[in-house]
Design a protein around this ligand. Sequence first.
Ligand code: CU
Length: 332
Amino acid sequence: MKQIPAPFWTLVLGIVVTLVSLWVGQNHNLLPEQASEQAPLVDDLFNVMMTIGTALFIVVQGAIVYSLIRFRQPKGDETDGLPIEGNLPLEAFWTAIPAVIVVGLGLYSVVVFQEMGGFSPGGHHGHGAMVAMAPQQSVIDIAPLVAQAAAADEDIFSKTQVYGFGASPLVQMNQPDVTVNVTGMQFAWIFRYPDTGITDGELHIPVGKDVQLKIEAQDVIHSFWVPQFRLKQDALPGEPGELRFVATREGTYPVVCAELCGSYHGAMRTQVIVHSPKDYADWVASRVAEATPTTTVAQPAETATDAEYLAGIAPDLAKSPVQIAQMTSMSH
Ligand SMILES: [Cu+2]
């Protein structure tokens, strides 16, 4: 080894470490499948960090192992080591390299944040515009808790979104295809669709469509997280956040609360079901068809005839005796 100069070995080791790190950065298999348009952006950043982390790990651990062997204390040698201190080039080197890495990663992460729409919520929407889009009152509340909070929530959800990931600069001017109001509460997620009045404990969305979630909490801070979408947004009481994304794969993915919110936080899970556009339309249709009987059950309808009751909540339906007969039979 004496014949071969040290710079040569440094170069060879550097190349080997770089190649190994690049390979690990692309093949670590640590992340779940990608199910949204936003996921690849996050994963590319993660892979770069994984590459750098692997290189640092190998260099640091390698230096330790090398030193353990190379500078091992000889038997019987009880003397102190040489008091070496102050190597300016080395100190400049190990200060400059991490500084460059941290600044680089910081800039890169800001670019990813921006591409995902992280700077957008609230930025281009006036309060008035949001009020004009305010969803109508939900008609089928599945839980008394939700019913009680619904009126207040409509005010909340009509507030300007400040937190989260909104429309990326490319789609800023477009209205979302689907908007869902998401409420986190101890210990469940409630999803309400202002356009159709549907309320559900699971999130149903169509694949390939621009989805907007308005996320809010009813009691304490929760956090809405779908690992496969690489999206996570805190749900704050009184301060709605936004997530805007496009799901790219049909399937069922977990929705996890990522903020310790109480004793049953660990059980605060549900799922997001990404449908094909046709399945989604079928789901909406079936839920809307269910809506009226559910409302009937929830209301004190005993005193009214079915026709009178229907006239109150759905005048269009009440005009048709056939439909009244159908609704009546469905509700019993
Ligand atoms: Cu929680």
